[in-house]
Design a protein around this ligand. Structure first.
Ligand SMILES: Nc1ncnc2c1ncn2[C@@H]1O[C@H](COP(=O)(O)OP(=O)(O)OP(=O)(O)O)[C@@H](O)[C@H]1O
Ligand SMILES: [Zn+2]
Length: 721
């Protein structure tokens, strides 16, 4: 009898598909199969001899792509768990776990490295010293002139042959991005202070699975705790997986990891070229890499010899995927550690309420670092009361004075505003017209450089009108600020100071962020204007002042996590100031100086905020005191979406174990021309909720009325929008 294999395919529905397999094949290997008119690559998730599909309708595998399993049993278990828990098709979970080239059927062996970068030595070596090898000298000069890594074809006007690059690499002057070799003599291991050493000791002395919440104020040296442990794992021949929330944090981190551990380190994130990502993923899987530093989806990477998992900035909402499979990488990381029976560290200066709660319950070991490392003191925090002040461009006179002083002293200044563009409100002073998106319940944001009005929700854009479209008045005012406006004002105020603006409009392409961060780190840029991209994790030694332009932005958020997130964001951004010898200062502009939350911003107070918020959550039975699942539906009319959600909700009313909230219109009801509604389910019993969700998903997949919908199920939603 021909064996039958179950294959997880990247298609929107269904669990797995059965195929006859006339070739030898192992679990976890990729196969190419016919699927309707198409040919797809999938992963074998089960093998057997029986199928519910009648034999004459079964199709056969066309090709087996891997002789050895690409995904091992632990990865398959995790993917199966994620598929069940997050109500997502297994095939899509598998597709999330694989880098693109492997998804497309490329062989599981490294592709040629695509980009080259300078090593520390290469940055400081004069090309003239290579005068006897003029082509090498030219290639080195070209890389020194570039702000980012380059492909061989981009180095020099005609490109550079790989033999020349190899020669430079052998001299230790350049390296392929994601390279695995190392000059071990560069390793410097910092001496830990008592608090760090004690944290390391406690984690090290745990055996088997253990979860540690490393709760340390900003600048307390959490990173060195991770690295000390990772270094030890490397020495013991085991791998460490370190997750960070944003790509922006990886280049700096990779450098630091290598310098402090001497380990073969690879980065894994979406900013890499396909080939680089492919190679890094394979290096993790074969065990060639000792340390894997990655963003969210790296939680799925196969590890040949796992020893430690770290989730840095564990509170960060970017660990939760907001579309497709809505998984939470932090939660899956804990699950993985359990699977492997190894320790996992969740680190943050502002731990999530979930992790606080778990630590309080004794499920996680709570380790604290209460002071900044070394002589660095907590930053001094002051408020500027904006009431009654006129500052259309967002900078009060008091803040301008502070910025001026810090710049004059030769330090760096960060102005934080969590909105890109020029101004969020365009208003006609005569008739009251405001610029709204036609497709969303949202205002259009003006962007001066491109002279356009843009919707940040659906991408719609149109030119800024010269006069009011309703009454023709020329009195069009722009109210409020985004990064662009702050930047424009800063250019007038400090024309000779080198500025850098960092937001998604500025750095969208690969390499741009790295280049920008390098300009900050090298001290070239003195004044930095940025969004939350810059708020966390970065360590800029010369930064002494952080100005928070508008603390009120988040004070009135409707979401149940709004206050938690605001407290985290402000604490984190404030934590960028004064991390070394220069004393730090934080200036917060607000119309609500008496707001209790702002009063709690002083360093070390975050725990008090967290306790207060937890008490509130308990009273209201919100997470972590209950579990939530949000079912979203959108359609061309609100009624269509509401009707289906009502049908779904109907049998649940009156249930003892599940609270049904809604269905109701989403906070932003119309987006991209479609109407959005949602149904929130809440329960104290995870298993009951899970069972119901399985049932609901089946209904949504099969009900004819649901065909006109776009719907999703979000388990443990990060926001209720
Ligand atoms: N043991 C040590 N020896 C020398 N320098 C250290 C040590 N520990 C920390 N530092 C330095 O102190 C600064 C802050 O450390 P680190 O970046 O690890 O803090 P963190 O707790 O991760 O901060 P954040 O949460 O704000 O990102 C860094 O510049 C780091 O190099
Ligand atoms: Zn829109």
């Amino acid at each position: 009898m021909t064996p039958i294999c179950q294959v997880a395919l990247p298609v929107p529905r269904g669990e797995t598909y059965d195929y006859l397999c006339p070739f030898p094949v192992t679990l976890g290997a990729r196969v190419r199969v016919p699927f309707g008119p198409r040919r797809l690559v999938g992963v074998v998730t089960a093998l057997g001899h029986a199928s519910e599909v009648p034999g004459n309708r079964l199709k056969a595998v066309l090709e087996v792509l891997d002789q050895e399993p690409l995904l091992g049993q632990p990865e398959l278990d995790l993917l199966n768990f994620a598929a069940r828990y997050y109500q997502a098709p297994l095939g899509q979970c598998v597709a999330t776990a694989l880098p693109k080239l492997l998804r497309n059927g490329k062989a599981a062996s490294p592709v040629l490295n695509t980009r080259w970068q300078l090593t520390a030595q290469g940055r400081t070596t004069e090309p003239q010293t290579l005068a006897r090898a003029p082509r090498q000298a030219a290639a080195l000069a070209a890389l020194q002139a570039s702000e980012s890594a380059l492909a061989a074809a981009q180095i020099g006007a005609q490109g550079t042959p790989s033999a020349i690059l190899k020669a430079l690499a052998d001299k230790g002057l350049i390296e392929a991005l994601n390279h695995l070799t190392l000059d071990s003599h560069e390793v410097e291991t910092p001496t830990l202070n008592d608090a760090q050493a004690s944290a390391v000791e406690q984690i090290r002395s745990a055996s088997g699975f253990s979860c540690h919440l490393l709760d340390g104020v900003t600048g307390s040296g959490k990173t060195e705790v991770y690295l000390a442990l990772a270094r030890e794992q490397t020495r013991l021949g085991r791998q460490s997986l370190i997750l960070v929330p944003e790509i922006g944090l990886t280049p700096q981190m990779v450098e630091r990891v290598r310098r402090h551990t001497g380990a073969r380190t690879v980065a894994l994130h979406s900013g890499l070229a396909d080939g680089e990502r492919h190679n890094a993923w394979l290096a993790a899987r074969t065990g060639e890499a000792d340390i894997v530093l990655g963003t969210r989806s790296a939680v799925f990477v196969p590890l040949a010899r796992p020893g430690l998992i770290v989730v840095d900035e564990e509170h960060d909402s970017s660990y939760k995927q907001q579309d497709g499979i809505r998984y939470h990488a932090r939660d899956l990381a804990v699950r993985r550690a359990q699977q492997f029976a190894i320790p996992v560290i969740l680190g943050s200066a502002t731990p999530s309420l979930e992790s606080h709660f778990n630590a309080a319950q004794g499920r996680y070991q709570h380790l604290t670092l209460d002071h900044r490392y070394g002589q660095a003191k907590p930053p001094r925090i002051s408020m500027i009361d904006l009431r009654g002040q006129r500052c259309p461009d967002g900078l009060s006179n008091a803040l301008i004075a502070r910025v001026g002083q810090h710049l004059e002293a030769g330090h760096q200044v960060l102005l934080f505003i969590n909105r890109r563009g020029y101004s969020p409100i365009m208003l006609c002073h005569d008739c009251g017209w405001t610029a709204l998106c036609e497709r969303c319940d949202a205002r259009l944001i003006s962007h001066q450089r491109s002279r356009s009005l843009r919707c940040h929700h659906c991408g719609h854009q149109r030119p800024i009108p010269p006069t009011c479209p309703d009454c023709g008045s020329e009195e069009l005012h722009q109210l409020g600020q985004g990064t662009e406006r702050i930047d424009a004002r800063a250019a007038q105020l400090w024309p000779d100071v080198e500025r850098i603006r960092l937001d998604r409009d500025q750095v969208s392409r690969r390499g741009e962020l790295e280049a920008a961060l390098e300009r900050i780190r090298s001290g070239q840029a003195q004044l930095i204007i940025g969004t939350q991209m810059l708020a966390k994790g970065h360590d800029f030694p010369d930064l002494s002042l952080v100005g928070i332009i508008d603390a009120d932005q988040g004070l009135y958020g409707q979401d149940f996590r709004a206050t938690e997130q605001l407290a985290q964001q402000i604490t984190q951004v404030a934590g960028r100031a004064g991390r070394r010898d220069i004393p730090g200062e934080v200036v917060v502009q607000t119309h609500n100086p008496e707001h209790p939350l702002l009063g709690l911003l002083a360093p070390g107070r975050y725990a008090r905020i967290a306790e207060a918020l937890l008490a509130e959550r308990e009273q209201l039975a919100w997470p972590p005191y209950a579990r939530l699942a949000l079912i979203r539906a959108e359609a061309s009319t609100a009624q269509t979406a509401m009707n289906v959600l009502e049908e779904i909700a109907e049998p649940l009313f009156g249930s003892d174990d599940i609270d049904v909230l809604g269905p109701a219109p989403a906070p932003m009801e119309r987006r991209g021309g479609r109407y959005r509604c949602q149904l929130l389910l809440r329960s104290h019993k995870r298993s009951v909720l899970q069972a119901q969700l399985g049932h609901i998903r089946q209904q949504l997949e099969t009900r004819p009325s649901a065909r006109q919908l776009r719907w999703s199920i979000d388990v443990d939603p990060q926001s209720l929008d």
